[in-house]
Ligand binder design. Sequence first.
Ligand SMILES: Nc1ncnc2c1ncn2[C@@H]1O[C@H](COP(=O)(O)OP(=O)(O)OP(=O)(O)O)[C@@H](O)[C@H]1O
Ligand SMILES: [Mg+2]
Length: 269
Amino acid sequence: MSALLRLSHVTKVYRQGGMLGRRLITAVRDVSFELGEEPEILSIVGESGSGKSTVAAMILGQTEPTEGELQFAGKTVAIHSRAERKAFMKEVQPVLQNPFEAFNPLKRVDRYLFETARNFSAGKRPDRQQAEKMADVALHHVGLTLEEVKGRFPHELSGGQLQRVAIARALIPQPRLLVADEPVSMVDASLRMAIVNLFGRLKNELGLSIIYITHDLATAYYVSDNIIIMRKGEIVERGRARAVLDDPQHEYSRALKDAVLAADFDAVA
Ligand SMILES: Nc1ncnc2c1ncn2[C@@H]1O[C@H](COP(=O)(O)OP(=O)(O)OP(=O)(O)O)[C@@H](O)[C@H]1O
Ligand SMILES: [Mg+2]
């Protein structure tokens, strides 16, 4: 069966304390899952240190698995040159946790969009006008316009706006997969839902698949088709999001859900 992304028995062992460090830590152990050809939002949830970002880094080709294999569109993910990286990033784009780290504070945000348009467009390099058009189209997909962000520096936008500009930038190469590692954890709670809703729209309108890594079970429940729950580097539970979160089978998933419900209760009380 064809799959957009397939992880087969992926394990990642880090050596802590640098090259000469002695302590080995298994950040991810024997993880297998796949995304089909149909657009899908898959959430990966788990406590701090459970291996979520390590999975993301392997999917993005930023680090290689110690064992196992990752395939994207039927090909093993292996990046050895700048050309390979660029070709891969045309298909798989990251969305980072902190949008303020994704942008140089001294550079106007529209410049990033134009540069990405020039770097990633197929065929002839777009001229200024075409690059502006591409930026504007991408910004529309995230509910902004070029007019609104033109000439602005990162600090002149809110965290939520800047995260949306970062997502617009990720859309410009017309990727098939976004890997968003805690994309809303730095965003005000009141704006989180707007960004998470945006993921649902991008899936439906652009046919994008999204891996959404989060601590936030509520948004994961709301937006994702499928969910994976990780603990200590392993997958402990997986399935349709509603089924897993309505009726968690694993003791850890239940504890995670109870913790979220208790926090919500505290917030209301
Ligand atoms: N570059 C690295 N070198 C050594 N150990 C690492 C490295 N990156 C991660 N680890 C270790 O691997 C384990 C998994 O880390 P990872 O960042 O994947 O977890 P996470 O689920 O993303 O956590 P968080 O929710 O805090 O972001 C942790 O024990 C971490 O200390
Ligand atoms: Mg992480």
